[in-house]
Structures are given as structure tokens and as C-alpha cells.
Write a protein that binds this ligand. Sequence first.
Ligand code: GLC
Length: 745
Amino acid sequence: MMKFNLISFVLCFSIVSLNIVAAQKKTINEKIDSVFRLMTLEEKIGQLNQYNDDWRATGPTTVDNDKVNQIRKGQVGSLLNSLGTERIKSWQNIAMESRLKIPLLFGQDVVHGYKTTFPIPLAEAASWDLEAMELSARIAAIEASAAGINWTFAPMVDITRDPRWGRVMEGAGEDTYLGSKIAYTRIKGFQGKKLGELNSLMACAKHFAAYGAAIGGRDYNSVDMSDRMLWETYLPPFKTAVDAGVATFMNAFNDINGVPATGNKYLQRDILKGKWAFKGFVVSDWGSIGEMVNHGNVKNDYEAALSAITAGSDMDMESRNYKNNLAKLVKDKKIPIALIDDAVKRILKKKFELGLFDDPFRYCNAEREQAALNNPDHPKVARAIAAKSIVLLKNQDQLLPLSKNTKTIAFIGPLVKSLRQNKGFWDVDVPGVDSNFIVSQWEGLQNKISGNTTLLYAKGCDIEGNNTEGFTEAVEIAKQSDVVILSIGERRDMSGEAKSRSNINIPGVQEDLLKVLLATGKPVVVLINAGRPLVFTTVNDAHAILYTWWLGSEAGNAIADVLFGDYNPSAKLPITFPLSVGQIPIYYNHFNTGRPAKNDNNHNYNSSYTDLSIYPKYEFGFGLSYTTFEYSDIHLSKKKMKINEKIEVSLTIANTGKYNGEEIVQLYIRDKVGSIIRPVKELKDFTKIKLNAGESKPIKFYIDKEKISFYNQKLQWQAEPGEFELMIGASSSDIRLRGEFELIR
Ligand code: GLC
């Protein structure tokens, strides 16, 4: 009897729990349908409509004094650039007056921090420290979500090989493998464990696709490439974003192979929502739907809306084309209502996942906002990753690190006392927060030096212009010093969106200032602050060079940590630094060509310039340390592998210098022969290893078919039998160990 009761209990319990699970499992879909089935066509179109609020316009704007009314009528699905919980609450309150009370989504470019500003993404990429980058994005999400925001338009995962393009600052550089790893990491950081957790943001993989390949490095310009190049170089970070569970995509302004990305069915329907089965939603970039008229791809806004919704653009940022045309397109039977329904359901799903239907104000809690924005740990994290992002390019006679007891330091340059410049292009003006709460470079050094040190200051010159009147004062203090630190570079708004430059030399008379300082005979350390690789000449004569990018809130402290050795620089360049703008595009993973130039001295019928070297100033993966590392004992577990086998690559890294440090060990592979020619080398793995002075450690890499596959002529991802060269490098040119292996059938 007892046994029977037990069985019946277990049976009943499982049926009940299955029902609960089933009920829970269907909840979001049921909830979506419970709202969706009540929606009028106008309310459905409203969900596809996103407006800019008033904090900042990041594109051409439309004056619209009717937003409140439209939100009240359920004709708006999302706002961007609304800042602060009070303002966001006020908009959400208006949305709650609408018939169906569908909550608004609030989006914001939280690209490298909200209140705490982290290094620009290109600088963080130089750290190659995935854990640090995830934490940086995590903190950005904690702060922004506490301030009412639930969606960041980041990470930008566009690969680019052209530093003239201003948005190079916003990505992870030129390499697909590194860029894919960083895309995954940042999305995990922004979205946290699960959407709907209070400190998570929806992330947005952008700009789909190949926006970084704009011809001439000119923003918004055309992109033209083979599908094979698209698949091999530019799409992988986006696929990684889908694998990371990214909530949204943003399409791109550019046309690609003759079709604007916003109206590109191949990209958005065939690849993203088809082959990759992406279940989130796609937002157009600012006004890009209407811009298809400018592209000459459609005749008018009516056709633009038709093209965009058909191609898979779900939400219309700021162009008002969907609001003004979709109803008519349905009425004219130009589009099936199913296209709109699919877009609406994708957007409603995210609003449910974020918990906004349960509580539209859940992200608007003033106490939580204050706690998050004043968390003392956040600046510490920013300082740590900023130090990890600084690249040591030169250190003649081990001038660095400086002694904290240096008697007199002359700190010179137009960026020494700057505040906001250190925040880079995509900073956020948090309401009620002094946007100058930045540790300037000047303050950073003052915080660091001992009482025995005198810190002298002179601006020397401006960033731009040809005024050299400040040189005299600068030379005077240099002569009184034991060492000169010169902080020069661009303005923060000389890189970023719509900031492409044909000349990427250090602007103004800053290098002339360096020249007169060098003439004093004093040792000179140059800090270069920029959002892109710059081309420099006189800087090459400095005794030490640190590339300090734009490092954010803790810039000054991080720079001081590196200058005085409290952090041994470990960063390596995520993008090639050209000798001259004339070399662009220049990148490490190039093809060999039929007439490779072996060196710079022979131009005899080979692929070289007769007037310039073919080699960059600094190669991809380059960066020095205050210590030295030795690579030894490479061993491959086998020399021949079958397609489903792996090769273990083991080696030893030793810190042979006198400072503790970190080394980014890079693994490159060359497929010697392919049905599609293969690059002379491709980054296929890396590891960042900490070693105390004198310490050595073994490290291991694994080669599998994924690492030797590529897209063939038919766009099939496959590996081809043959010989491979394996290179272990401290950079893409500084190859320390080599090996060979063969893929056999
Ligand atoms: C801008 C940018 C995009 C950004 C959006 C909202 O034009 O292209 O990256 O997220 O508009 O600011």
C-alpha cells in the first residue's frame, strides 16, 4: 500500500511540476501574445519607432514637439539619449498612460563606461586582457542600468584596417580572431548572467556589416569586397556576438557591394536571422532607413520603409519612415502584415525578458543609482585596466620606469592638465555628476611623486595651430629638470564618429615643441594621446614613448602607475601603426603576392614602394615591457594531424629581466598552400601570462581544425590537407619559436 501511495505521489508531483514548468516555459510567449493580439496596426508600428531624446544628437535631427503625445498614444517603442532616472521615469509614466501600457526601451551609447569612464575600446583591446574587458563592460552595465538605461549600443565589433577612419577608436582593431574574442567578452560583460537581472543591459552588436572597411577610411563611405573577404574577415565577430547571446544588432550606414546595409536582405535575413537564427531584433542606425534615398537605392521614404522592413530592419532609429509609411504599405498590400508582426514580437520579447512589463520602473531607483554611481571600487577597476592598456613603444637605455625620487620633472604639453579630453569620444554626461571628475595627467603625477620631487609645468603649445610662443617657457623648465615628460596628441573629438582624417600626423606644432625640448639634451618621455594610430616623425627621437590613447576617468593615475613602475606595461597593439598614411591599408595578415618584397632595398619588379618602406612603424601585436621574456622549448605533440585530431603545442616562457611583468604570447599559423591563398600569418590564439622576475612557466596551445579552416571559393568553411607553419610571437613580426605540421586526410 505504502509503495502505491509513494508512486502515486511521485506521479502527481511530476504532473503538477510539468504543468508549472510548461506554464512558466510558455509564459513569455503567452504574455507576448496576450499583448500582441490586442494591438492595432498603429500600435504595432509604434513599437518599431525609436526617437532621440534631448541629451545629445548623434546624427541629423528632426524637431518634433509631439513626442509626448505620440508616446501617450503608443506610437513610440523606444527612446535613446535620455539620461537620469528622473527623466526616464517621466517618459515611462507617459507610456503607462497609453492604451496597452507597453513600456519604452531606453537605449544609450554606453560604449566605454557610464559615469566611470574606461579606456576607449581600442585602448582596452591593447590590453588583450579579456577578463579585464569583461569587468569594464560589467561595471558600465551596473552603473547605466542603475540609472534607468536598459540597452547599450555597444560593442562596436567592426574590424578595420584604416586608421584614417575616426571610429577605429570604438572597435578592437584589425584582427578578426582578437576582435571576435573581445566581442564575446564585452557582450557577456554588458548582459551579465541573464537579461532581466537588474544590473544587466541589452548589448548591441554593431554595425552590421563591414562599416570599418569604408573606402578611403571616410566615414559612411561605400564598402566593396568579395563575399569571401566579408565572411572571412568582417562577419566572424558578429557571429560570435550571436553565439554570445547578444540581444540586438544595429545595422550600418554604408552600402556594401552596392546595397545599403539597412536594406540588405542577404545580411539581415539570409545570414543573421536565417543561417545564424538570431532571435533578437535589429535597430537601424540613426536615420539610415531614410538615407537609402540618398544612396540612390530607393526613390522615396515609402520605398525606403518597404526595403528596410523587408530586409529585416526591425526598429527605425530617428528616421520616422516606419511611422510615416508602414501602415500605407500594408494597406497598399506592398508588405504582408507578418513582416511587422515578426518585428513587433521580437521587440516585445526583449521588453518581457527585461522585466519591463512586470515593472516598467524597475531600472529607475534613485538609491540604487546613487549606490552604483558612487561605488569606490569602480574607479579602481578603471585605473587597473587603463594601466593595462598603455603600450610601451620605446624605452631607450631603460629610461623608464622613473624613480619616485627624481628631483625635478618637467611635465609639458597641451594635454597635461586636460580633463575631459581623457574621456575619448563616446563619453556620457551623467546628470548631476561633474563631467570633469577625471584624474588629469598632472594630478596623477602629483599623486604619485614623493615630497623630494619638484614637478614643473608648461603647456608649450596648443594641440592645433602654429603658435610657438610657449616654446620658450617649456625649454626653460626643461633645462631645470632631470627628465621631461611631454604629453601630446589629438583632441578627443579628432577621432570617433564622422571624424575621419586624411592626415594622421600629430597635429599642430607639437612635434616641433618636442624638437626644441630634445635640443636641451634632457631625456624626454613622450605620451601620445589619441583615438587612433598616429604617424609621427620627431617622436621617434624621444628616449621613451608611451601610447596612452584616451584612458578615461583614471587616466592620470594609470599613466603615473606606468611611468613610475607601479605597473609594468604589458599592452600590445591591436592595430598596425603605419609609417605613413600612404601605406594604408597596411595590416599584418596580408597575402604574400606573386612577387613579395624581401626587404626595403630591392624594388626590382616586386611588390614594394620605390619611395617608402613596405613595413609599418609598429606591427600588430607589438608592445614592450620593463622586463624581458625568453621563449623556449617548443614541442608539438605530433607533426601530422587528421581533421578531427588536435595538436598540443607546448613551450616555456621565462621572465629574464628584473621586473615582474605580463607577456601576451601570440600564436600565428600559416597555411602554406590553399585553394584560396592564405595570409602569411594569422593570429589563432593568445594567452596573457604573469611572471615574476626570474620565473618561468610552461604554456600550452591546441591546434584543431577550427584554427586551420577558411572559406573556400564556394564559401564553405573547411580545412585543406597540406603543410602549415606555426609561429609563436611576442608580436606578429617578433617570432620567437617556430614549428611545422601537416594536415593529412
Ligand atoms: C550613431 C552611431 C551609432 C550610435 C547611434 C546612436 O550615428 O552610428 O553607433 O549607436 O547613432 O547614438
